[in-house]
Ligand binder design. Structure first.
Ligand code: 6CS
Length: 351
């Protein structure tokens, strides 16, 4: 696996600048150009990732590339930018909004400051526990269409969601109760909602970009962080933490987005290729994150002296109760649109 050392590849604003200003014979991001004439092909689609090579998003993007290039018979070429080549998650969303990249992953943990309705996915104990149910919810076209207007307001077209696994809580102690969170400096993703979820347990959340987490843990600027197992392993957080608490309080959900003007400018056939690829990859995406999380857990247990703590149902229930007021904070941030969304998800599937 290609590991990129943490902290050394913070935002490469220069490259982003070059990208946003460059002209490219094959790619016309955000210009709304129609490629009905076959002579204009091949066209390059730029896809930015919030994770490094070997990650869930990278495996997904590689499958997406293969799929699109096959079904378009080479007319579309996909250029993948793993995390570290363009910038932080927030900057990647900006690049997708302004059309510098055509496609990107945008995780609600970061995105919720720009698209508050997505803060839904930062709420704990909200999505169903059962894998089939959560898969069904993420593929529900009604959920996507309800979220589409707020994404559009941010210059983005929402294409779909993938789950990347349960969020584990890593620390240098077990985290079995809200009491053990009192004063704990836990790193969360950068949105207010992501932080709020842990403030409700009594923690002191610290909102930082992904690339900064390893060094902040190492320097003891923070005590804990939360991420899926595969990410903890590939970012080496297990080297600087002793304990993983499996709380199963929330799953990591990522949305796949496109620049809105670019999307509107695609031909009908290009749009079909895009949507077909995303729906064809959905099931495999679920299986591949499961495999990767399992594999990386085994690797971590072999390599490091890390302790795994599994919460009991009674312990989870205490956290669930403590998490409920965060839903009011979500409603304050999102108003009636957020209320309708929250009720939709709370009551999913509809009878
Ligand atoms: O914790 C984060 O910031 C990141 N974690 C994952 C698993 N993906 C992207 C996100 O930026």
């Amino acid at each position: 696996m290609n590991k990129t050392p943490c902290g050394r590849w913070l935002p490469m604003a220069l490259l982003a600048l070059i990208l946003s200003g460059c002209s490219d014979d094959t790619a016309q991001p955000g210009q709304g150009s129609k490629h009905s004439d076959t002579e204009q092909y091949p066209v390059t689609w730029r896809f930015a990732l919030e994770e490094i090579e070997g990650s869930v998003q990278h495996i997904y993007a590689e499958s997406f590339r293969e799929h699109i290039e096959t079904i378009s018979d080479g007319r579309i070429v996909v250029d993948i930018f793993p995390y570290g080549s363009l910038g932080t998650s927030v900057q990647l969303t900006e690049l997708a909004s302004n059309g510098s990249v055509n496609l990107a992953f945008a995780s609600p943990g970061h995105l919720a400051d720009k698209v508050p309705e997505t803060g839904l996915f930062n709420l704990h104990f909200l999505l169903p526990d059962e894998p089939a149910m959560v898969q069904g919810l993420l593929l529900d076209p009604e959920l996507t269409s309800r979220l589409q207007p707020p994404y559009r307001s941010a210059g983005l077209q929402l294409l779909g969601f993938i789950a990347e696994g349960w969020m584990a809580w890593s620390a240098n102690q077990p985290l079995r109760s809200p009491e053990q969170f009192q004063g704990l400096r836990i790193r969360t993703m950068t949105s207010a909602m992501a932080a709020e979820a842990f403030r409700a347990y009594g923690a002191e959340p610290v909102q930082t970009p992904f690339a900064q987490v390893y060094s902040d843990l190492q320097l003891r600027k923070i005590d804990a962080q939360t991420n899926p197992i595969f990410a903890i392993e590939e970012m080496d957080f297990h080297e600087v933490q002793t304990t993983l608490t499996m709380a199963q309080a929330s799953r990591f959900i990522a949305s796949i987005v496109a620049n809105d003007a670019w999307y509107d400018g695609l031909t009908e056939q290009e749009r079909d290729w895009l949507h077909n690829a995303i729906s064809d990859l959905a099931e495999r995406a679920w299986e591949s994150q499961q495999e990767l999380n399992q594999q990386r857990l085994e690797q971590m247990l072999e390599q490091a002296d890390i302790r795994i703590v599994q919460l009991t149902e009674e312990e989870r229930e205490r956290f669930r109760q403590a998490s409920l007021p965060v839903r009011d904070a979500y409603l304050e941030m999102t108003g009636s649109q957020g209320k309708a969304l929250l009720e939709y998800v709370e009551n999913w599937p509809q009878p």
